[in-house]
Design a protein around this ligand. Structure first.
Ligand code: TNX
Length: 518
């Protein structure tokens, strides 16, 4: 039997077969009506390098078919597919369109690596090794978070990032749209969120390169059309864009625009130029609650995702402690204490989302502080994921020691600027198990997946985002799509071969031979 092709993520089941199928200018295709989107994607992806017309014909050499009765396609939900490559035919089948989109990415990885280049190649034939593949994901949530609040990235770049996620069968782009240092999404009733909140002034506090603040002025925001366009672009690639607007902390940019939303209506707060945790937070009053609803209404209008993220992390209570009426309000509801006030806020906002059929999603500070109908992302401590699962939450793990891609990938001095305080090596990502086997089966079942988080305090440009993301996202994709793999015998050799694909796509990444095989 031939050696298996090196794919990332590794398919659930792959049987290599002798021989090749060869795509050329005469190759015909047939797509079911429900498979048209997958065919469009295949054409779009292959066009720049191959120029292949993939002409439609009743008896296609390449067949893309939707088959709701398909039982072979592995994995939960809607994302599995079956792919059969023989010398005479390629047959890609799935129960749902999302599975076909993943199958297209597998086809793309089976082709010679030049197929991923962005310019026409002098090659008439494009062979793929024969194989039978039955594939599907282990976890339904396989994501990456990009913080576009600390440093804005243009919408065109987000499309490229979506392309890179889709190549790896990652299916969620979580956009961190607001924070103390910038508000990036327009909300029609609050124009100053952009006029003021999207512009970070020059900081006079000290030198460039500081790890506690950034002296450089910075600004940027998306138009509604850019965001809806991104949502559609991502959907065509099987990626859901999940928006996050932070509440009730990490809101200094909003408070700079509308001080009356905070705890001191007379305050003159600029957009924050420091990094870290800002003590200015939303006030406990009806104006702030109305603001949350208005923001979330616009968010729901622009983003159709089932999950809507409302932040919730790191909310200092300093200001609330100085405002006697803050606690009066929750005590009247039988609640008390700093944690209760934050939960009170999130619960209000969460109920609003629920009434509109969405699933409220938030960062977990302990895993035990929110109503169980929240989907939570754990980040501080791996133990929080189990606490949250025991309470009945759907859980996405984002443990900072394994999935925070703003930390450096090694201690080598050649690493680009990164969040100080920890190192998240490739091996930590590879070894991250979102739902460890020693947990109870019900607890494990509540873990819906994991995501890599690219916070951007120290990241200004796309090439830096990509260097931090790769190859760590490859390991995350392998872990969340396929499950554990042998580091030295399986993962590393596949990753090294996959490096040629990253290079063809012009993705800056940490060198792949830097990792020791044992
Ligand atoms: C913690 S994780 C944060 C972010 C920072 C990040 C830096 C989380 C929910 N909050 O605001 O950017 O650490 O690593």
């Amino acid at each position: 039997m031939p050696a298996p092709p090196h794919l990332v993520p590794r398919p659930a089941r792959l049987a290599p077969l002798p021989g090749h199928f060869t795509l050329d200018h005469g190759t015909t295709v047939r797509a079911d009506p429900g498979a048209q989107a997958a065919l469009d994607l295949l054409r779009t992806l292959l066009a720049p390098a191959t120029g292949l017309p993939l002409t439609p014909a009743e008896t296609g050499d390449v067949v893309l078919a939707l088959d709701p009765r398909l039982v072979g396609a592995g994995g939960p939900g809607d994302e599995g597919y079956d792919l059969s490559v023989t010398p005479y035919r390629i047959l890609l089948r799935a129960r749902r369109p999302a599975g076909l989109l993943h199958g297209v990415q597998t086809l793309r990885q089976l082709l010679p690596v030049e197929a991923l280049l962005g310019t026409p190649q002098r090659r008439d034939t494009w062979p793929l090794p024969c194989a039978e593949i039955t594939d599907g994901p282990r976890h339904p949530w396989r994501g990456a978070m990009l913080d576009v609040a600390r440093h804005f990235q243009p919408a065109a770049y987000l499309r490229r990032y979506v392309d890179l996620l889709a190549l790896h069968k990652l299916n969620v782009l979580h956009l961190h749209l607001t924070d103390d240092q910038g508000w990036r999404m327009p909300v029609p009733a609050y124009p100053r969120l952009i006029e003021i909140g999207s512009r970070r002034p020059r900081s006079m506090a000290g030198p460039a390169g500081s790890t506690t603040y950034d002296p450089t002025p910075h600004e940027g925001s998306y138009s509604r059309a850019e965001l809806t366009g991104l949502v559609a672009y991502a959907a065509e690639r099987g990626v859901t864009v999940v928006p996050e607007t932070e509440l009730p902390g990490h809101t200094r940019a909003a408070l700079a625009a509308y001080p009356e939303l905070g705890n001191d209506p007379g305050a003159r707060l600029g957009v924050w130029t420091d990094w870290g945790v800002c003590e200015n937070v939303l006030g406990v009053h009806d104006r702030a609650l109305a603001f949350c609803r208005d923001v979330l209404d616009e968010v729901m209008d622009v983003f159709p995702s089932r999950h809507v993220h409302i932040g919730g992390d790191e909310c200092p209570t300093t200001e609330w402690a100085r405002t006697p009426t803050a606690y009066d309000r929750i005590r009247a509801e039988g609640l008390d204490g700093p944690g209760a006030l934050r939960a009170w806020f999130l619960t209000r906002a969460g109920r609003h989302l629920r009434e509109h059929g969405r699933t409220p999603t938030a960062w977990a500070e302990t895993g035990a502080e929110l109503p169980p109908w929240f989907t939570v992302m754990t980040w501080r401590d791996p133990a929080h994921a189990r606490t949250a699962a025991r309470r009945g939450h759907a859980v996405i793990t984002g443990d900072h020691r394994a999935t925070y891609f703003d930390y450096a990938q090694s201690t080598e001095p050649s690493e680009p600027p990164a969040q100080p305080g920890a190192v998240v090596g490739l091996r930590a990502v590879h070894g991250h198990d979102p739902a460890p086997p020693h947990w109870d089966p019900q607890e494990r079942a509540r873990v819906i997946g994991a995501q890599g988080n690219v916070w951007t305090e120290f990241v200004t440009d796309p090439s830096h985002i990509e260097y931090l993301s790769f190859p760590r996202l490859c390991a995350l994709a392998d872990r969340t799509w396929t499950g554990p793999s042998d580091w030295g015998d399986d993962f590393l050799p596949r990753l090294r071969a996959h490096g040629a694909r990253l290079d063809a796509l012009g993705v800056p990444h940490r060198p792949l031979d830097a990792e020791a095989p044992t």
